[in-house]
Design a protein around this ligand. Structure first.
Ligand code: KIV
Length: 314
């Protein structure tokens, strides 16, 4: 990333103003031959860290449904779910370009698409939206971009179409499917998308699409020939024992979280948490007075017969 497109992270210590990246910055990175790292984000504290790490694009993906909300797939995710999480990510990340993923049935008609994409920008504060589908979504992408809203396309495996596709598998392996995917990529670019996600596409086809497009391709399970890569946060951080073949866990948060939770539980059960370091004390004289202990009736001395007088001002 060039100095001009790499604003300082928004830490409390740095008072330097932070400039948010725009789609023009992403185009410049691509023109400079810089590979683009994108990652999904769903909450405020993680978005802060991802921003501090310098990720140029954060995607509030509808994978939210599976990896955060515990649904079986992306279908049940609503606009309200997406807006709620997108707002938190925008509050956390001050420098990254933030893309909101249009959920299932939120862009069934161009009018509805423009309305919901507009909500993403106006209510959540994201800078762009993502729409699944190639030629079938070209009119929608055109309508949204015409409204002044940058769009990222998404072709190959499109999780919202899982009931049509049947199962999660690599797309574009046959002659016909490869030609269709090429046409989809070009249609999405011509409709005005500023970038295109290629999900689960064979390496050679993804590379050929990348070579033929002017806009960057962002691959997931599409090999190293794309202009950039995107990964689902929980795969990258190792929340689960299982991860998809295309993912590389860069951390093992499952073990970190399990270890921390087990150690905490053991300390609470043993009475060793909280200890002195985590405990606040007050002046003994103050608490003694509040509890009605005078010099004469401190715990070391016997409580007067009949207990503490009821008319004492506590
Ligand atoms: O929702 C998501 O996480 C995505 C990525 C897989 C590109 O769409």
């Amino acid at each position: 990333m060039s100095a001009s497109t790499n604003p300082k992270p928004a830490t409390k210590a740095s008072a330097a103003p932070v400039r948010r990246l725009t789609v023009s910055d992403i185009a410049r990175l691509h023109a400079d031959g810089q590979r683009i790292a994108m990652i999904t984000a769903y909450d405020y504290p993680t978005a802060r860290l991802l921003d501090e790490a310098g990720l140029p694009i954060l995607l509030v993906g509808d994978s939210l449904g599976r990896v955060i909300l515990g649904y079986e797939n992306e279908i049940p995710v609503s606009m309200d779910d997406m807006l709620h999480h997108a707002k938190a990510v925008v509050r956390g990340a001050k420098a990254a370009l933030i893309v909101g993923d249009m959920p299932f049935l939120s862009y069934a008609t161009p009018d509805q698409a423009v309305h919901n994409a507009g909500r993403f920008l106006a209510e959540a504060g994201v800078q762009a939206v993502k729409v699944e589908g190639g030629r079938r979504s070209a009119k929608t992408i055109e309508a949204i971009t015409r409204a002044g809203i940058p769009v990222m396309g998404h072709i190959g495996l499109t999780p919202q179409a899982i009931n049509q596709i049947g199962k999660v598998r690599v797309q574009g392996k046959t002659r016909e499917a490869a030609r269709e995917l090429l046409s989809d990529a070009i249609a999405v670019q011509e409709a005005g998308a500023f970038a295109v996600v290629l999900e689960l596409v064979p390496e050679q086809l993804a590379r050929a699409i990348t070579d033929r497009l002017q806009v960057p391709t962002i691959g997931i399970g599409a090999g190293a020939g794309c202009s950039g890569q995107v990964q689902v946060l929980t795969d990258l951080l190792g929340y689960e024992e299982w991860h998809p073949r295309h993912a590389r866990p860069y951390a093992n948060l499952r073990e970190v979280i399990l270890g921390a939770a087990r150690a905490y539980r053991a300390d609470v059960e043993a009475g060793t948490f909280p200890g002195d370091a985590e405990t606040v004390r007050m002046d003994d004289d103050v608490i003694n007075e509040v509890l009605g202990y005078s010099v004469l009736d401190r715990p070391s001395r016997s409580i007067p017969a009949g207990g503490i007088p009821l008319d004492r001002d506590l």
